[in-house]
Write a protein that binds this ligand. Structure first.
Ligand code: AMP
Length: 287
C-alpha cells in the first residue's frame, strides 16, 4: 500500500509537489470528474508506469456543463472513488471546491478555436472553453510532468494537446485507450443513468463503430457510406437517438470526405436523457 493523501486546497497540493520535486520525483496527473470506473483507473496505472508520484483530481467542473440539469444529474460517488484510487496506487487525490478553482473575481477563459467547432463542440457551446480553462488551472496547481487523458473523449484530448502546445505549458500529454464493458459499451460515469432497457440497447454504439471498421477493412473509404452504415446499425435500437456522427481528422477535428489517412469516427447518442459518446480510429489499409 502506498502513501495516500486527500487534499482540498491548491496550496496543500503545491507544497506536496515541491517536496516530491526536491526528492527528484516525476509527477503524473489524471484529471477526472469522479464516479470512477475501470477506464479512469487504467489512466492511473498508465501514469504510475511513467512517473514516481500520481495525483488524481476529482472536480465536477461547472464551467464545462452547458445544461444545469446535466450537471445536477452527474453521478457522485466520492467515498468509493477514494477507496478505488487508494487500491489503484494513486498517491494523492485533489478534491477542490468550486471556489478553490474559481476564486471570486476569476474572469479568464481559455478558448481553443477551430477544432472545437465540430462534433461535441458544435452541440455543447462553451463546453471546451470550460475544459481548457480548468485544465490550465489544474496544470498550474499540480505542475505535472505528464498528464493522462482517455481517448474516449477524443476531441477533449485534441483540445488539451493544442492548448498545451500553443501555451507551451511543458506538460507531456499521454493517451489511454478506451476501456469497455463486456458488450462493448465504453465505460462512462453516465452509464449509471441508463435504465435497464437503455443499457441493453446502448451496445449498438460500439456495434456501429465496429461495423465501420469492417467496412474500412473491406476497402470502403467514402465517409458518407461509412456513416450511413453506422446510422443504420445504431438505428436498430429504438431508444437510440443520434446527436451527431462524423468522420474527422484526429488532430484538427475537421470533417473528411474520403479516408486517405487515419480518421476519427466519433458519435454522440442519446438514450433518454443520457448522452453517450464513443469513437474509433479508422485506418485505411495501405497495402
Ligand atoms: P471524466 O471523469 O469523464 O471527466 O473522465 C476523466 C478521464 O477519464 C478523461 O480523460 C476521459 O477521457 C477518461 N475516460 C473516461 N471514460 C473512459 C474509458 N471508458 N476508457 C478510458 N478512459 C476513459
Amino acid at each position: 500500500m502506498t502513501d495516500f493523501t486527500v487534499l482540498r486546497t491548491a496550496e496543500q497540493v503545491g507544497k506536496l509537489v515541491v517536496k516530491w520535486r526536491k526528492a527528484g520525483m516525476r509527477i503524473g496527473f489524471v484529471p477526472t470528474m469522479g464516479a470512477l470506473h475501470k477506464g479512469h483507473l487504467s489512466l492511473v496505472s498508465l501514469a504510475l508506469g511513467e512517473t514516481d508520484r500520481v495525483i488524481v483530481s476529482i472536480f465536477v467542473n461547472p464551467a464545462q456543463f452547458d445544461r444545469g440539469d446535466d450537471l445536477e444529474s452527474y453521478p457522485g460517488t466520492c467515498d468509493e472513488d477514494l477507496m478505488k484510487l487508494d487500491d489503484a496506487g494513486a498517491h494523492c487525490v485533489f478534491l477542490p471546491s468550486a471556489d478553490e478553482i474559481y476564486p471570486e473575481g476569476f474572469s479568464t477563459s481559455v478558448h481553443v478555436s477551430g477544432l472545437t467547432d465540430t462534433l461535441c463542440g458544435k452541440y455543447r457551446p462553451g463546453h471546451f472553453d470550460g475544459v481548457a480553462t480548468v485544465c490550465a488551472v489544474l496544470f498550474d496547481i499540480v505542475r505535472p510532468d505528464i498528464a493522462v487523458f482517455g481517448r474516449k473523449d477524443a476531441q477533449q484530448l485534441a483540445v488539451v494537446r493544442r492548448m498545451v502546445d500553443d501555451l507551451r505549458l511543458g506538460v507531456e500529454v499521454l493517451v489511454g485507450e478506451i476501456v469497455r464493458e463486456p458488450d462493448g459499451l465504453a465505460m462512462s460515469s453516465r452509464n449509471s443513468n441508463l435504465n435497464p432497457e437503455e443499457r441493453v440497447q446502448s451496445a449498438v454504439i460500439h456495434g456501429g463503430l465496429s461495423k465501420a471498421s469492417e467496412l474500412v477493412a473491406e476497402g470502403v473509404r467514402d465517409a458518407d457510406r461509412i456513416c450511413d452504415a453506422v446510422r443504420e446499425f445504431i438505428g436498430m435500437a429504438p431508444l437510440a437517438s443520434i446527436q451527431y456522427l462524423g468522420l474527422v481528422d484526429p488532430e484538427t477535428m475537421m470533417h473528411v470526405e474520403k479516408l486517405n489517412a487515419p480518421g476519427l469516427l466519433a458519435v454522440a447518442v442519446y438514450f433518454g436523457n443520457t448522452r453517450l459518446i464513443d469513437n474509433v480510429i479508422l485506418k485505411p489499409d495501405r497495402s
